[in-house]
Design a protein around this ligand. Structure first.
Ligand code: URA
Length: 195
């Protein structure tokens, strides 16, 4: 299956979605952005004001922090796929509620199965909860976990560093782990394919 076609197809379904109340206040839907053939997928929480205006995830202040963390390990954001738990902006940037997250889950699950990433990086509490409902970000961050066939790597949400700059060094060291983890996984993946 052509991954980019299917991701485009999901984006078009999202653009017409009226399953939850969030559609009423949105300017644009924010389906996700980047390379659908990537081995890395990043999942944040919900679009904010800048994302709602541009239709692209992580283009505001939190996005700048995310970009600099990615740059610090030489990863260009166009080479990975970035999306959110919900695809429309909650009013006044509140957290999306359980109902909104559930209504949007099918879109996210489809995106995950099309992209089939080696590693899913969750940003913050809400996206962690989807994969590891019984743990906290403080405990889970910076380690790898299994969810179905996927490797989950939770880290703090970049916006947390805006309020608490002391988190930034922790986030930088978590990002450093990601690049070596991915190298190791790619080697394992290639050797299983050669068998
Ligand atoms: N925060 C998120 O979780 N997602 C965005 O796209 C922007 C800010």
């Amino acid at each position: 299956m052509d991954a980019s076609y299917s991701i485009t197809d999901i984006a078009s379904q999202i653009s017409k979605c009226k399953l939850c109340e969030l559609h009423k206040d949105r300017t644009l839907t924010v389906p996700g952005d980047g390379d659908p053939n990537s081995k890395i997928m990043i999942i944040g929480e919900a679009p904010g004001q800048n994302e709602d205006q541009k239709g692209i995830p992580f283009v505001g202040r939190a996005g700048h922090i995310l970009d600099s963390l990615l740059e610090s390990i030489n990863i260009d954001r166009t080479k990975i796929f970035i999306t959110n738990m919900v695809k429309c902006r909650p009013p006044k940037n509140r957290d999306p509620n359980v109902k909104e997250i559930i209504q949007c889950t099918d879109f996210l699950d489809h995106q995950i199965s099309i992209i089939n990433p080696l590693v899913i990086i969750t940003l913050g509490r809400l996206s962690l909860k989807k994969f590891l409902p019984n743990t906290s970000i403080k405990i889970a961050r910076g380690s790898i976990y299994k969810w179905k066939q996927y490797n989950i790597f939770p880290i703090y949400h970049p916006a947390a560093a805006l309020y608490n700059p002391k988190l930034l060094p922790k986030m930088k060291s978590d990002f450093k782990k990601i690049s070596s983890l991915i190298e190791g996984m790619e080697t394992d993946f290639k050797s299983t394919q050669m068998k």
